[in-house]
Design a protein around this ligand. Sequence first.
Ligand SMILES: Cc1ncc(COP(=O)(O)O)c(C=O)c1O
Length: 391
Amino acid sequence: MNAKTPPHKPPFPGPEGQEDMPYLLTPGPLTTSRTVKLAMLADWGSRDVEFRKIVGDIRKRILQVANCDGRYECVIMQGSGTFAIEAALGSLCPDKRRKTLVVANGAYGDRAAQILERIGRPYLKIDKGDSTVPTVEEVVTMLDADKSISHVWMAHCETTSGIVNPIEEIGQAVKLHDKVFMVDAMSSFGALPLHMVGQNIDVMVSSSNKCLEGVPGFSYVVVKRDLLEASAGVCHSIVLDLFEQWRGLETNGQFRFTPPTHALIAFDQALKEHEQQGGVEGRGARYASNAKALVAGMTEMGFSTLLQEGLAGPIIQTFLTPRDPNFHFEQFYEALRLRGFTIYPGKLTKRPSFRIGTIGQIDERVIAAALSAIRDVVGEMGVKDFAPLQS
Ligand SMILES: Cc1ncc(COP(=O)(O)O)c(C=O)c1O
């Protein structure tokens, strides 16, 4: 195997062609369109007027997709989603006397708490395990019990399992208590409706390589301007300082440090395609039909889902590991990859499981081919007992 002889061959070119690489059935990086990839075939100067205009347009369009009014700003950060999360937590969460409530139901909620711990910001956590949604009552009980809570953080889609959290209801309760509501919409933004104003969201974080179908390289924070202004001098880090990053972008349209130029240009193209394909509604509908086809095919084979019906969104599906001694995840994963499908290793959830993403430039045809590959692979492995392994 060398760089010129690709090891994988998908069974057919996808909606936009994935050339000779496997389809990425993961929550990102994901399969992007050919035109998004082609947009990167140029080297842009990050200080040039054309590039700065594109960055300005991207910031405006993100605010539109998030249904913001004039009170919000979009700050782009270099780095993956977690960089924007740490920038938001470190710039906006209180450091003394007041606390942040982290409403967690999976690894990404836990990680937000871990960041707050590391940077010395007081927090409390509601831990719902990894397959249950938090309720408004649970959040309200915490807010009533500890008046020092000033901020509430939660994920929209907790990608650990694919569960979708009730941000609208919880946002309403948080607003009634006059607290700052912060949402990690990393894996949902662009496919699940999100309304910063209507859902009382003060801060939202997402990244380039999820449902807007760009390539990895940057993340962004959508935040109310007054919170941003009040954050001057608060951040524990120079590179993650949201206020300074915003000031840089506002002053001359430039990033303080080298931006991922190719990823930004690809994202500009990805945003155009998002709009052409029906915006949030169109994208959400395609992902929902991918997810429906996948779950139907997998359950027909005998696999069980981790989540109870109705809890999983269209982003990623979690399947419980079969107890058949012939089922070995590593073998399963590799055999699927060689057939042209990269799935997502499990083990993040408490019960043994694996995940298959349904986002990116994939459609029901790709899902049908993936199901047929899965059928072949479990057949070859000799898996017959699909009842879930208990632990
Ligand atoms: C909900 C959520 N939060 C945070 C992250 C972390 O993003 P990244 O891996 O880009 O740092 C992810 C990644 O999938 C995610 O799904």
